[in-house]
Design a protein around this ligand. Structure first.
Ligand code: ADP
Ligand code: MG
Length: 368
């Protein structure tokens, strides 16, 4: 038999666990949630372990104080604590996510549920408040967002570079070539049409100058995006890049590319190319190395790449400059391809980068 409110009518039959004391013990021992009661005015009436852990107050320091101390000053100024209590009293329950303040004034991102408690006659006797620290989740969401944004920015940057390179090569390059042809026609007509002999030396000089400009435009366009990357693929592009660095900076680079060049996704090829480019740029900027060794091997199911120099190295456990995005960007690119990257270095002991990417991270994305 049960009474109309559902409790067993024979108290002796109740489980020994169904006592207030046991229930209080349960609530007190919860660590991941701050669970506590407020009186009808909003003063803290009980406190549990989770509340102590999340908010930093011991029970004796907080019981009796108004719960608005948990809110940031701007929320207090806007009357948010009172509004939440009023809403809970009105609707029975409110849920909110927002910044809350710990005892040491640091903030945490909280999920808060406030439930109104009423006696048998329906009079408000207080509120139950459950607070969860969601800061880690918020940070994770922010990190995921930042990563998506960085991937997006990288793609946009590559597209922009490719289109500027195309414009430089196709448009400017063509116009310069046309200009050169016009000068050559002038040359051919020298002597006729009263074309002065002395003008001939000038047109010749101009032709030479235009050749230099054409070479510059090609070099700038190739720097933005080397055509070999699109025309001949990743291995040839790395070869070109290495030669470019040898020629421009006079550094010794030992390049060893092995294995089959698979059908790489264009974006993946670009990423690996940029990685090697950044690594070599770092060698030039920071290493003072006498030699660099690059080994790239693509076999069966993965590609590995290492770039190692014998330069002055760096202390990797030191915080990096806020403006240093090179190593960070490499890590992002590799992560996007599903691979792993490791940096190894110590002062005076050179710098080594190891990359390992599964081939399916490099394969063309199925479209649609
Ligand atoms: N090959 C290298 N040899 C020595 N130090 C390096 C090398 N590559 C990177 N570093 C160190 O790591 C730091 C971070 O590199 P990076 O993220 O590319 O930023 P940046 O090149 O803009 O300084 C550099 O400032 C440098 O101190
Ligand atoms: Mg760099």
């Amino acid at each position: 038999m049960r009474t109309p409110d559902g409790t067993p009518d024979n108290p002796a039959a109740a489980s020994p666990l169904q006592s207030d004391a046991h229930f209080r013990l349960l609530v007190e021992s919860v660590e991941d949630y701050a669970i506590f009661l407020l009186d009808a005015e909003g003063r803290v009436a009980t406190w549990n372990n989770g509340a102590k852990r999340i908010k930093g107050y011991d029970a004796q320091d907080i019981v009796g104080r108004h719960f608005s101390v948990f809110y940031p000053p701007e929320d207090i100024a806007a009357g948010k604590p009172q509004k939440e209590l009023a809403a809970a009293a009105h609707t029975g329950r409110v849920e909110d996510e927002g910044w809350r303040v710990r005892r040491d004034s640091t903030r945490f991102w909280a999920n808060v549920v406030i439930t109104a408690l009423r006696d048998a006659q329906g009079a408000l006797i207080g509120f139950a408040k459950v607070t969860r620290d969601m800061t880690d989740r918020l940070r994770l969401a922010e990190l995921q967002h930042a990563r998506a944004l960085s991937a997006h920015v990288q793609t946009a940057l590559e597209n922009e570079r490719a289109s500027i390179a195309r414009e430089l090569h196709d448009d400017l390059g063509q116009q310069l070539a046309a200009l050169k042809m016009q000068l050559a026609t002038l040359d051919a007509n020298a002597g006729a049409d009263g074309f002065a002999r002395h003008a001939l030396t000038q047109t010749r000089a101009m032709e030479t100058q235009i050749d230099t400009v054409i070479a510059s435009v090609r070099r700038i366009a190739a720097g933005l995006r080397p055509p070999v990357l699109d025309d001949l693929g990743l291995f040839a592009a790395i070869d070109w890049l290495v030669n470019d660095f040898r020629r421009r900076y006079g550094i010794r680079i030992d390049l060893d590319i092995g294995g089959e060049e698979a059908e790489f996704d264009a974006a993946a090829s670009t990423s690996i190319f940029r990685l090697v480019q950044e690594a070599l740029t770092n060698v030039v900027r920071h290493a003072q190395a006498s030699e660099v060794r690059i080994v790239m091997t693509c076999a069966t199911d993965r590609c590995t790449l290492s770039v190692e120099d014998d330069g002055r190295g760096a202390a990797l456990d030191q915080p990096r400059a806020a403006s240093a995005f090179g190593l960070l960007g490499m890590g992002e690119r590799v992560r996007q391809l599903g691979g792993v990257i490791a940096f190894r270095s110590a002062p005076g002991e050179g710098f080594r980068i190891d990359v390992d990417i599964p081939l399916d991270g490099l394969a063309p994305r199925a479209s649609g």
